[in-house]
Design a protein around this ligand. Sequence first.
Ligand SMILES: [Fe+2]
Length: 416
Amino acid sequence: MGQFVKKFEFCFPTRVLFGRGAARQLPGLLATLGKRVLLVGYSQPSPLHPLYTELCELLTEKGLSVTAYLAVDREPTLELVSHGYSTACHFAPDVVLAVGGGSVLDTAKLMVAGDAYRKYLEQRGRAGLSTTCDKGHSVLGQSQGGHAKPSSLVLVPTTFGTGSEVTEIAVFTDELPGLDGKFVPVKVALNAPELRGNIAVVDPSLCESLSLDLLQAQVTDLLGHIVESVMSRGCTRLSFLLASEAFRVVVGAYHQVSMGDRTPDLIEELAWAGLLGGFAVQISGVTVGHALAHAMGAVLEIPHAIGVGLTLPAAVEFNRSVVAERLRHLERILLSAGHGFGPARAPTIESLVDEWTGWTVKRASTLMAAKKLESIESAVVASAECGSRLILRLNPRPVGRDDLLRLVRQVLCRIS
Ligand SMILES: [Fe+2]
């Protein structure tokens, strides 16, 4: 199956509770971790308001002291995380409980990360953002017999595509100097063990109220995680196995998704696939598709899933020659699921990706209508170069600046 990483280590000490209704265990579970809970979530009003209210009531009934940091309205910025960090230090929670999509989970992970985040800020000359806490760099709780200890982090996703609940990765927006010294907006994917949750509670019923648009977006991001983790230089036999199974599940579910179906069984299947996809990304990482999606998010404010949908076809085409055998394995899964594209055509990943990501082209065309595409090519390339160095190193085929430029043009052509 091509060149896998021959030696690897897999250690994943996050406790995972999966299944419909798993979130009902939260009050009892959190009570075992301490007395003070900081809930991190979306800014209000949001569709999750009733869930946040119910959770706060249940936790309070259990005798826990709860405060909320409901401020997430986009992918995390340094300011959003820094403010949350100050709030957490002031409240001294035993548990930081994040309930929401990938942006909420990443914000909470960065708030609790302590050293990894502080090191990043120091390297960027922004140490002041992390010094508002006088108890050290980790967020510390109060209730272990008076001895403070680092807060436990409990992650509860309400979407299924990001996999953030089981990765040591958090993405946030920043500005970094490009090769010419000018600052460019970037999405940084910080990767460190401190960014791992202690407990992940994956309850598919929390995803049942996703709108059709969000459902499609989650499937697209998940498809990107599966295909890119399979293509990655970091792909191991284990991540390949996990991604292949996630692919089998999501391919089996896609027909229902495209018909607008949202039965609890279907959502449960997708949540399972999302969890497997998250593990695969944790092990092997992603590739140039995500590097460009992050750059388009930073420079053009293209939402992440739309960026993934736009860039994935170009990423597959660019890498096909060096990962053909792995892609053929996914194509055999397609074939066995009865996924053909017309009587004379064998299923290909390219056909699938084109079909499943077509919606992102229409959405991006609307978002980009007023922008001059040719003037932004170099900004997107610079942003990918600065913000996604590690991801680009994981791409199976070496990616130079000319390659990035060609790929960006290919993606922008798809939109225009
Ligand atoms: Fe993603």
